[in-house]
Design a protein around this ligand. Sequence first.
Ligand code: ADP
Ligand code: ZN
Ligand code: ZN
Length: 727
Amino acid sequence: MKLVSVAISVPLRRTFDYALGEIEPGRLLPGVRVRVPFGRREQIGVVLEPPREVGEPEFECRPVTAVLDETPLLDAELLALCRWAADYYHHPLGEVLATALPGPLRHGKAAPSTAAPTLLSLTAAGSVALPDLPARSAALRAVLEKLGEGALSRATLLEAQPKAAAAIRRALERGWIGHVAAAGGAELRILETPPPLTAEQTAALEALRAAPPGYAATLLEGVTGSGKTEIYLQLTADALAAGKQVLVLAPEIGLTPQLAERFERRFGARVASYHSGLSDNERARNWMRARRGEVDVLVGTRSAVFLPLARPGLLIIDEEHDVSYKQQEGLRYAARDLALIRAQRLRIPAVLGSATPALESRHNAAAGRYRHLRLQQRVFTAAGPRIGVIDMRAQPLQHGLSTPVLEGVERHLAGGGQALLFLNRRGYAPALLCHDCGWVAPCPNCDARMTLHRARRRLICHHCGHSVPMPLACPDCGGTELVPVGQGTERVEDSLRLRFPGRRIERFDSDRLGRAGELERLLADVRRGAIDILVGTQVLAKGHDFAGLSFAGVLDVDQALYGSDFRALERMGQLVTQVAGRVGRKGQPGEVLLQTHQPEHPLLRILVQEGYPAFCEALLRERREFGLPPFGYLALLRAEARQEGEALAFLRQARELMPENSGVEALGPAPAGMARRAGYHRAQLLLRGASRSALHRLLERWLAAIETLPAAKRLRWSVDVDPADLF
Ligand code: ADP
Ligand code: ZN
Ligand code: ZN
C-alpha cells in the first residue's frame, strides 16, 4: 500500500504518515495542503513527499480526508527552506510551516483569488480641482496632494492616511483620481528621476553591480540618511528590469509604509507589503500575489522572510542589526540569518544595510564572508554631531533630566532645531514607593515591580500585563504618601511641558502609538517641523530620518551598562550611534548628550571618543575571551512551571541525559534572570559549543532523549538556538 508523509502544526518533532484512501496519488504533491484526522479532531497538514510504497505498515494508518490544493501551495524552495529552519532551530516542521503561512491558508481556507495591485493616480481634473478645494475638505486635499507626488497603491495610501477611505471614494467618484495599472517587470518605467548619486553611493553601487551573478552577501554600512535606500532602489531597478522579484525586510511595521511608498513612486512597481498590521485576508492575498508573481517588490517585517517568490532576484535586509528580526517565541528564528541562508540556496545576492551592523555581521565581513561597503556621509549634512557625556553623580535632577540636557534643548529650540530625548522605559515611573514604610508595588505574578501609568491612573506590569487601579494608600501601612520612583517617558514628557510651555512636545512609545497610522501621522508632523521636542523609546531609534533634528539626549545609558545581558552593551552602542546619526541639520553639526552615572566606563569612553567601529572591536575582543558569539555557539534550553523548583529539576534531569564528550559545555541550570514571570517559575540551561556542528549534533540526539522524560509533557520547555538574550 501507499503512505504519504504529512507535517502537522503540533509541538512534536516528527511527521505523520497517512493512507491515501480514495485519493489519487498524483494529487498528493509535495507542498499541497491536506485535511487529516488527528486524535479526535482534524488538522490541516502539508504533504512533504510524493506518496511512497510500503509493505504492510506496523500499525494502521488512517486515510487523508481531503486534498485542499490542486497545485502545491508551497513550492519546493520554500518547503526546503522550512525544512532547513526546522533542522537548524530544532523545531517541529509542522510549526515552521505554520509560521510560513498566513492565518487563512494555515487554517485551510482556499487560496484567495488575486490580481496585480493597481495604483491610484491624480487625474488632470484632480490637479485643476486641488487649489480650489474648500478648507473643510482636509482629507480630500491630503489624498490629492499625496497622489500629486506620484501614484500609490490604495493600500500604501491608506497606511499613510488611515482615515482616507471615504476621501478616496469621493475623489474616484468625481474623477479627480483614477486607477492605473502598476508596472510589471518588462514594461518597467522609472517614474521618478533618481538623484545623481554621491561619489560614495556610486562607488558602492558599482561594487555591487560588479559582482558575478549568484550568491553574494554585502554589508552596506552607512548612517541613516547616507543614501542606503537609494542604493536599494537602484539595485531593485536592475532586478526588475531582469524580470525578477525583490524581497525587502524591515524590522518594524512602522518602517514598511515609507519603504513601500518609495518603491511605488520610483517605479510605479507592483509592490505588496506583509506584516502583522494587515488584516488576515490582505496577508493571504499578498502572500498569493508573491507566489503567483503578480507583484515584483515585497516589503515586510520578520515573517516576510518566508514569503514565496516566483522569480527571486534580490534580498535586502534593512537595519540588519535590529533585534526585532529575532522571533522570541515559538519558532525562535532570526530572519536576517534565514534570509542569508535563503539567498545562498537561491543563488541570489543579499544586501544587509545598517548604520550600526551587528557584531556578528562585522565579524563576518572582517572574515571575508561578506563584502563590506561603507557610506560615511549623510547626503545632506557634513559633520557628525558632537557627543558629550554628562556625569549624573554631580547633577541635581529634575525628573531625570540634567541641567546640561535641559539647556541643550533650550539652546537648540531657540536656534530653530528640534530636540529628541530618548528613554527606553514607557509609563510614568518604574516603581511606586510608600514613603512611610518602604513598600514598593510588586506584580503578584512576576519578580518585578509595577510601572506607574499616571495618566491612566493605573499600575501595570510590563512583563505580564497585570494591571490594577493606582492605590490611594499603602496596602501595608495605610500611609498615603506614595512616591513615584524613577522616570518613564510619560514623566519626562510632563516635566518638559512645564519647562517648555508653548512648545509642541510629542511622546513616541507603544502606549501613545496604539492606533494604526498614528506613528506615520506624527512622523509627518516631525518632518514638517510642527513638533519641537520628541520623547520616546526605541520606536525613535529605528531608521526614521529627521531632517530638522539638532539635539538629542540619551537619558539613561546606565540601563545598558548595568544590564546583565551579554548583548546589552552592543545594543547601547547601536542606540547611541543611531540616535547620533539622526542629529544635525543642513550644514550644521548637531549635539548629543549621554546621561550616565559611570562616565569612566571604558567601553562608553571608546564609543564616544573613537566611534562605533572601535567600540565593536573592543566588544569582539571581550566576546572572544569569553567564548561568546560569534566565537562560540549558544543554545538555551528554557523551562517554566507553576510549581517552584519544577523547572530547575527538569533541567537537572535533562543535563543528566547529556552525552559525554560532545564538545559542548553546559552552564547551569539556573533560575532565569527574572525567576518568576506571569505566574511561572522559570529556569534555563545554557549550552556553548566551540563549533556550530558540535552543538547541532548534540541537540539532535539530546532533545530526542529529553522528550522521553515524563516531566517533558507536564511543563513548558523550549530550545532557543542563537538566543538573542539570555533571560
Ligand atoms: P538611508 O536609507 O541611508 O537612510 P536614503 O536613501 O533614504 O538614506 O537617503 C536619505 C535622503 O536623501 C532621502 O530623502 C533620499 O531621497 C535622499 N538622497 C539619497 N541619495 C541622494 C542623492 N544622491 N542626491 C540627493 N538626494 C539623495
Ligand atoms: Zn507603607
Ligand atoms: Zn507581571
